[in-house]
Design a protein around this ligand. Sequence first.
Ligand SMILES: O=C(O)CCC(=O)C(=O)O
Length: 279
Amino acid sequence: MPPHPLNEEQLERYHRDGYLLVERMFDAAEIDLLRRASKEDRALDDHAVGRDDGEGGSVRLSVWNQPGAGIYGMFARCRRLVDAADQVLGEEAYHYHSKIIMKDARVGGAWTWHQDYGYWYHYSVLRPQLASWFIAVDPATRENGCLQVLRGSHRVGRLEHVLSGDQAGADPERVAEVQQRHELVHVTMEPGDALLFHCNLLHRSDRNASEHPRWSMICCYNARSNEPYKESKHAAYAPIDKVDDELIKQVGIKRFADDESNVGWLDIPQSSIAKFLSE
Ligand SMILES: O=C(O)CCC(=O)C(=O)O
């Protein structure tokens, strides 16, 4: 039985609200290592895909399917995150994919209201039994486009997603109704804070018009029994080789690994969902 990092009250909040914010999930040394590694990482930059927001902004993101043995893998595989994912999914969680969102100062684009499962449904995943950890690498403020969520909106179930420019967003008519009934929360975060959220939670963010970058890492987990029923964009089941939390510092300090090369970068636009929506 894995340890249970989340207590009853936290679990209850996650299931009620569709998200749980854990402050200082990672300490200053850990998150500094992630920040330095990601900002100096040529491979991350080389594999970044730009996504226009249709409002003049653009956000860069790099996505990969295998957690790897470098510092990104240490975050995605650390017990703190994975044991909590096991808990909220109610069974063994596996790594579905990870990404770094590079929401740069002044130009970092907005995200429209969407549910992750609005996308992942189209990648042959049967049930909305997935969750993601959003880790703040930089401070996330209202000014630099922090994540916004509609509290409890995961309970409305999967909405249809429609294409608008490069982005697929949840059906605006439904979103307007959900907004009347569910509180809008701006999730401001300090570096090292982490937000665990349900794959049907409606979320968005504003353009980063500030002078401050808002980078984050998102690790997505699926339930073992819910792996895609056929080969798809993101990973099929493979057990996570969990690592002790101390390894983040050990690997991070050893550094800025040259061993991230085989993580299965996805150099394709996020909007590949367009393929499904236009059919
Ligand atoms: O970084 C953000 O503001 C939103 C990212 C997001 O919603 C996603 O990657 O699905």
